[in-house]
Design a protein. Structure first.
Length: 108
């Protein structure tokens, strides 16, 4: 069924709930049902805790990254929407024309 289908998230939520029910019935955590613990810690990335950009210059993006790096959560991986498909393209003169060209290629 997969997550790429419109109902994929629903199927995933039901599956997770069923694993949880099975774990509670057996008195064990879900990770034991799935083969056991693999690691003690998992790195997560910051893709949403950010400041508003004053503009969309490279310097503004650098300031945003510095803000994320200084966050109390101490993230070490960051996600920033730059390039043709992010917020940068329509606001950056050189990228604006590339973004328009890219959209026209996809539409063809």
């Amino acid at each position: 069924m997969g997550a790429s289908t419109p109902w994929g998230a629903v199927v995933s939520a039901i599956e997770i709930a069923l694993w949880d029910v099975a774990g509670k019935a057996l008195g064990v955590p879900v990770h034991r049902l799935l083969g056991g613990k693999v690691r003690d810690r998992v790195r997560v990335y910051n893709g949403g805790v950010r400041i508003s950009l004053g503009s969309h210059t490279p310097e503004d993006y650098a300031a945003s990254m510095a803000h994320m790096a200084a966050a109390p959560e101490k993230f070490s991986i960051f996600k920033e929407g730059v390039g043709l498909h992010g917020f940068m393209a329509p606001h950056t003169p050189g990228l604006r024309s590339l973004a328009i060209l890219s959209r026209s290629w996809r539409a063809a």
